[in-house]
Ligand binder design. Structure first.
Ligand code: BG6
Ligand code: MG
Length: 216
């Protein structure tokens, strides 16, 4: 069997496709401030914390404001985002995810969530998937955003597995960078032109068997 002892999963873009909801909420905010925001620009925000995403968007729109107003806007964006989140259910789990998570768990490997989102627990409850994780490290527990490796290092520590025995599943280049900075193996979920830095890139979890980990 492979030397992998823990699988660390990003949430947004790996377990569920929430980027479309983040995009709608960010675009609304940009439009209200008088500028547009494209899906292409939204790509840059994958893996980036809420407040850092907002700072980037304000920069794109050439808007500056007080720190207090930035905090208020971030809270408002989250309210808009949660309208979508509150409607989520199991049907939003990406194909093959549940089967793969169950295989990982049944094998005795640790199942860890490593996400920048402060809404991670809420989303996992909403899609009824919270109980499968041994440990959840999310944006409420971290102080540094990916590509900083903090979230993954904390995840590995929490399950007492050395970093080199962890594999991280990520859809964002910044997340792959973070995992590599932690000395972990990486599987990119998505397209290889974007995630080429990962050890392996797969389009998703559909049909994925645990044996795949041995090829890393
Ligand atoms: C990441 C997303 O998982 O979480 C980012 O890829 C998002 O787009 C970040 O900004 C923070 O999410 P939240 O739910 O705390 O606003
Ligand atoms: Mg992601």
């Amino acid at each position: 069997m492979s030397e992998i002892k823990a699988c660390i999963f990003d949430l947004d873009g790996v377990i569920v496709d929430t980027a479309k909801y983040h995009f709608l909420a960010w675009r609304k905010l940009a439009n209200e401030l008088g500028f547009d925001f494209s899906e292409e620009q939204n790509e840059m925000l994958k893996g980036v914390s809420r407040i850092e995403s907002l700072r980037l968007i304000l920069e794109l729109g050439g808007v500056s404001m007080s720190e207090e107003d930035i905090q208020l806007l971030a809270a408002k964006k989250n309210e808009d985002y949660l309208i979508f989140v509150n409607q989520m259910d199991e049907k939003e789990i990406l194909p093959g995810v549940v089967s793969f998570l169950e295989q990982v768990r049944a094998s005795g490997m640790k199942v860890v969530l490593g996400s920048a989102s402060k809404n991670a627990e809420r989303i996992l409850k909403q899609i009824n998937l919270i109980d499968i994780f041994d440990v959840i490290i999310d944006g409420t527990k971290t102080s540094r955003s990916k590509p900083d490796p903090q979230v993954f290092i904390m995840g590995a520590e929490a399950v007492s597995i050395p970093n080199e025995h962890c594999v991280v599943f990520e859809d964002a280049p910044k997340g792959v960078q973070a995992a590599q900075a932690a000395g972990m193996k990486t599987v990119g979920i998505g397209k290889s032109d974007v995630l080429g830095a990962a050890d392996r890139v797969i389009p998703g979890f559909e049909g994925l068997e645990l044996e795949f980990l041995q090829t890393l």
